[in-house]
Write a protein that binds this ligand. Structure first.
Ligand SMILES: Nc1ncnc2c1ncn2[C@@H]1O[C@H](COP(=O)(O)OP(=O)(O)OP(=O)(O)O)[C@@H](O)[C@H]1O
Length: 305
């Protein structure tokens, strides 16, 4: 990693610290992530790096997925070098709110969701589950285009390395109901649920389900979209927390439409499809892109700038 000159810190998360850096050989600006060993032994650190690098390598070449440039280790740290993109979508949304600019228009939300879904469809096509999609893990480039980053929790969903997976994945506010109910046999639907939460946040300017605890999270989800759909799912009874009183409580039907009265019918079709409680009824990223919201008359907002 001696080829890179470290510049300012860009961000810090549970897994590591990300710096802006300059490639001494070419002068190019890159982002360099140093994985923090915190309680991990050498073997685990190499395994974490290997998994993140493997998923990033599989996804290389898609404009909506951050590109890996190099990876390596020294005696105590592991490093990942990526293209430098720009601030996170979470930062951009906070800045917009600070400037009183409010949420994104439906046209802007559609342009941004098209990019995220396109990236997710490609990633899922390579059998990669991201498992931590949220506005902090989406970067915004200088032209306002989005790139999914932080593959630190991602893994391959290939048949050979199939379920059971770890249930405690995805940051709570973006966690799909099957994960909240303890499922260890989930699929890429956990990513599309998170994308539904992001779409709602773009349109509303605030997180859709800001739960304080896991159970509060489940309550918020069920209070918003109802439980009928989930409890009718044939696999529901096999979920570890299917017996939770939260699942038995009577709830009114979905009030998602009331929360987004100004959203077009085509936009709501995508939002409600991504936020289907039952994983088998949830839109896949590829299916979402085939819905009329995206396939309607080509408009300038749909083009990648
Ligand atoms: N390629 C990049 N270009 C520009 N900034 C980046 C890049 N990658 C990461 N960052 C910045 O660093 C922050 C942390 O990156 P990342 O999410 O990969 O780290 P992490 O330690 O896994 O974080 P967390 O624990 O929050 O998931 C991002 O939110 C972003 O602000």
């Amino acid at each position: 990693m001696e080829n890179y000159e470290r510049l300012e810190k860009l961000g810090e998360g549970a897994a590591g610290v990300v710096y802006k850096a300059r490639d001494r050989r070419t002068g190019a600006i890159v982002a360099m992530k140093r994985l923090r060993p915190a309680g991990r032994n050498d073997g685990q650190l190499s395994e974490d790096l290997g998994r993140e690098v493997g998923c990033l390598m599989a996804c290389r070449g898609h404009p909506s997925l951050v590109e890996i440039r190099a990876a390596g280790r020294d005696a105590s740290n592991a490093f990942l070098v990526m293209e430098y993109v720009g601030p996170s979508l979470a930062q951009v949304m906070r800045e917009r709110a600070g400037l009183g600019r409010g949420p994104f228009t439906e046209a802007d939300a559609r342009r941004l969701m098209r990019q995220l879904l396109d990236g997710a469809a490609a990633m899922h096509g390579f059998a990669v589950m991201h498992r931590d999609l949220k506005p902090d893990n989406v970067l915004v480039d200088a032209h306002g285009n989005l790139k999914i980053c932080d593959f630190g929790l991602s893994r391959f969903a290939a048949p050979t390395t199939g379920a059971p997976y770890t249930a405690s994945m995805v940051t709570r506010w973006y966690r799909a109901p099957e994960l909240l109910l303890g499922s260890r046999e989930y699929d890429v639907g956990v990513d599309t649920w998170a994308l539904g939460c992001i779409m709602a946040e773009l349109l509303a300017g605030a997180p859709l389900f800001p739960g304080r605890t896991e159970m509060d999270q489940l309550n918020l989800v069920f209070d918003t979209v109802g439980t009928g759909d989930m409890t009718n799912w044939p696999s529901f009874v096999r979920l570890p927390r299917a017996g939770s009183p939260l699942c038995q409580r009577k709830r009114p039907p979905s009030r998602l439409r009331e929360m987004f009265p100004a959203l077009s019918a085509a936009g709501f079709d995508v939002l409600s499809g991504l936020l289907a409680c039952r994983p088998d009824r949830r839109l896949t990223a590829a299916d979402a892109l085939r819905r009329p919201w995206f396939t309607g008359a080509e408009s300038p907002d749909q083009a990648r700038r």
